[in-house]
Design a protein around this ligand. Structure first.
Ligand code: ATP
Length: 334
């Protein structure tokens, strides 16, 4: 356990029992390791059933792990001291229908045993921070999904937690709502707080997070910044290169075509578009050399970089754990 880690998960296992007559055990988490330094915005990615909710429940102390350890801010996950220092925004937080924003803040504050004077002092400033001042006396049931989500964040921030765990914070929001939540998360980070968010919106996670972990079938398949993960997986995932070419002799290109499994398209302006998959920079260099040797002019070269989505699909799609373990070892920064 390291004190400057906000989250420290070591060889964490969770077995669920299955079956009424024949008792079977299912491993939702398979000895995962995950370290999140304080002050980081960390995104947890994974397909349905990966074990994300199970991990969050263990961190919050709602569910007990079957093996391994988990610490929050240096305290055991689920302990009273850890719970006091974390804020939680559940997925689809529902508010009692008769509550106004002010009443909801009071309700959740009392549930978390926040002293009355703190609730009073913080409610106004937090509702202003999340852009709900002026609307605080309206019934929450009349709020838009984005407003409810921002109110959910305000309640999670009531006791000035050092670590916020946000479950699908931008789910169901329009671009404006998502941008507002992103701004709030940036603000929390600028205040030195740690944000751990679970989301299946990859582009969102890529925009907000300093680092991400990809969880699949109860295993961590990759950890790193989005740029590091895409760079790590780059070798495994071929990218596409598209060249716009001009040449006198059309045979020069048709001779090259099979070697690169390229697609050739004649353009109306008499140039040729040459597209092929490349696994490495060496392959791109070789292609450029081959073209120049044949006196082909390269008018433009575009290379599609591997996206976080492709990395995700590759990491998650791999059913062969030996492959994924290698990828994890390569991609992990810890
Ligand atoms: P989703 O994105 O769909 O919410 P998730 O990544 O959060 O998925 P979990 O809810 O943690 O995944 O579930 C991981 C696995 O554990 C799934 O196969 C799920 O069916 C199983 N599971 C979760 N809770 C229980 C439970 N209480 N009893 C038995 N199995 C469970």
């Amino acid at each position: 356990m390291t004190v400057n880690l906000a989250i420290d998960v070591q060889k964490l296992w969770k077995h669920y029992r299955e079956g009424v007559f024949v008792r079977k055990s299912f491993a939702a988490l398979q000895g995962i390791d995950l370290q999140v330094p304080r002050g980081e915005v960390f995104g947890l990615l994974g397909p349905n059933g990966a074990g994300k909710t199970t991990l969050i429940k263990i961190l919050l102390g709602i569910v007990r792990g079957s093996g391994g350890k988990a610490f929050l801010l240096g305290d055991p996950a689920g302990s009273r001291t850890a719970r006091r220092r974390i804020g939680y925004l559940p997925e689809n937080l529902s508010f009692p229908p008769h509550h106004t924003a002010v009443r909801a803040m009071q309700f959740y504050g009392r549930l978390s045993q926040v002293p009355e004077r703190v609730i009073k002092r913080r409610t106004g400033e937090l509702l202003e921070l999340v852009g709900l001042s002026g609307r605080e006396k309206e019934l929450v049931r009349k709020y838009s999904k984005g407003m409810r989500q921002r109110l959910g964040l305000a309640q999670a921030m009531l006791h000035e937690p050092e670590l916020l765990i946000l479950d699908e914070p931008t789910d169901g929001l329009d671009p404006v709502g998502r941008s507002q939540i992103r701004q709030l998360i940036s603000r929390l980070k600028s205040e030195g707080r740690t944000v751990f968010l679970n989301s299946h919106i990859l582009q969102e996670v890529e925009l907000i997070s300093d680092r991400v972990a990809i969880l699949a079938q109860g295993q961590v398949r990759g950890v790193g910044t989005p740029a590091e993960l895409t760079a790590r997986f780059h070798g495994a995932l071929a990218s596409t290169v598209k060249l716009h070419l001009a040449c006198e002799d059309p045979n020069a290109l048709t001779e090259l075509e099979p070697g690169y499994e390229a697609a050739l398209v004649r353009m109306p302006d008499n140039t040729t578009q040459f597209s092929c998959r490349v696994e490495s920079q060496a392959k791109v260099d070789q292609l450029v050399d081959d073209l120049r040797m044949r006196n082909v002019s390269i008018l433009r070269l575009e290379r599609n970089q591997v996206s976080l989505e492709e990395v995700f699909m590759s990491a998650v799609g791999s059913q062969d754990s030996s492959v994924s373990d290698n990828e994890t070892a390569n991609a992990s920064l810890d």
